[in-house]
Write a protein that binds this ligand. Sequence first.
Ligand code: BES
Ligand code: MN
Ligand code: ZN
Length: 500
Amino acid sequence: MEISVVAGNITQQESPAIVVGMLQGVTDPAGALGEVDQALDGAITSLIEDGEIKGNRGELTLLHTLGKLPSKRVVVAGLGYSDSVSINTVRALAASVGRLLRSKGVTQFVSVVLGTGEGGMGESESAQAVVEGAELGLYRFDKHKTDQSSPQVREITLIAADDSKIANIESGVNRGRIIADAVNLCRSMANEPPNFMTPTMMAENALDVATSTGIEIEVLDRPQMAELGMGALLGVAQGSDEPPKLIVLRYHGDPNNEENNLGIVGKGITFDSGGLDLKSAAGMLEMKSDMAGGASIIGAMKAIAQLKPKVNVIGIVPATENMPGGKAQRPSDVVKAMNGKTIEIGNTDAEGRLVLADGVAYARSLGITKIVDVATLTGAVVVALGNLASGIFGNDQNWIDTVIQSGESVGERLWQLPTFDEYKDQYKSDIADINNTGGRGAGATIGALIIGEFADGAQWAHLDIAGTNRTSSVDGFNPKGATGAPVRTLVALAESQSSE
Ligand code: BES
Ligand code: MN
Ligand code: ZN
């Protein structure tokens, strides 16, 4: 999508559509809305009087200008009450405006920087939110459809009041584009069918990120992982004919300050059949996106490499299928992770914590002291939180709070669940150091604590995104399918660690 910024007055634009915002409760339109109203001989005022336009958050009214303005259509976009207008409002609003206009066959439109009126946000923030909203809301995963003819919005122009405001708005546009592209990369990887998005293809995607941004990449194959003693990851991989990959992306943003590091580690199970503890048909159906955590790492690394915060970030993705092939690991096998800990396999379907055990241990072996892992880890977190929040767990309250705050700053909800020491009794093993399962209760906590066993003194937080990584219906700026969560949280977190 092309996005440009021009100085001028929105009423003078010649376009298939122009977009103006309206606060709830306004009776006498002012600013851009007022000028459009005047040009339309008071049509907006009279619709307000009739009670048809209220300015409620998300309310959209499409008017035809019938020659009274150079543009063919006007969209009045409701912002809600002035004290509640936020970048989250504008992001979602821009998404629904984009979809409304696309549904009318409009491929190009002009918008004001929404929500910047009295008491509103800055123009750069608004521009970022509009671009994020439009790019995220208009995203479509249609590459496997043979008919590629359905219309798409190709161009959005943002209006600046005068030339002096262009640079600031453009900087917001640039940030918005970088972040939305990263989220959409994550979505596309997670939406891709599992016969396409194999561990090898995940590594290819990571390689594209590395070559386009100039960051370092290393991809370890099976023999290299065996050399490092990654028995937990390789145990999961042995039931599949697809070769596993350990993908490592490195961004050196603070090269003279090695201690200022962040490791982000994502579950990359490209298909989770359950292994010999085979899932039901219904349970297996969504398991192509069991690599969404890993995809979020690759997406976030792409944005971080472009936004350049002053912090060193390593992205690690242990990628493999979990299949029930002839060489598959058995329930009751014992494997050894790279840090020497032994794990009894209570259930082959609890594979995420196994690949993350080696992923997190690998981060530690590289000297990383601050870790966040991201995984579609448990059905239990979906029971607890539904799809409104990801679960967050960890071993250090300050670090957990920092991650929650990063999520909050971008409108991605994280809700902390407990990790009381007594829970650890649940995954004791009679014959190994630990078991990979822990009975009925507190399933999301047990999964988290097992990963935490490999954090070894680092500040560590775990995000369980099983409920938030996809949506079954259009929801704000999320189309049906992969959401790209928590890419924006990870990017905000990296920026929060910038020593600048
Ligand atoms: N990938 C699943 C978790 C999952 C379930 C993600 C539903 C998204 C939607 C994970 O590997 C898994 O199978 N977890 C088991 C763990 C159990 C065997 C201890 C689960 O949650 O049932
Ligand atoms: Mn599983
Ligand atoms: Zn899984």
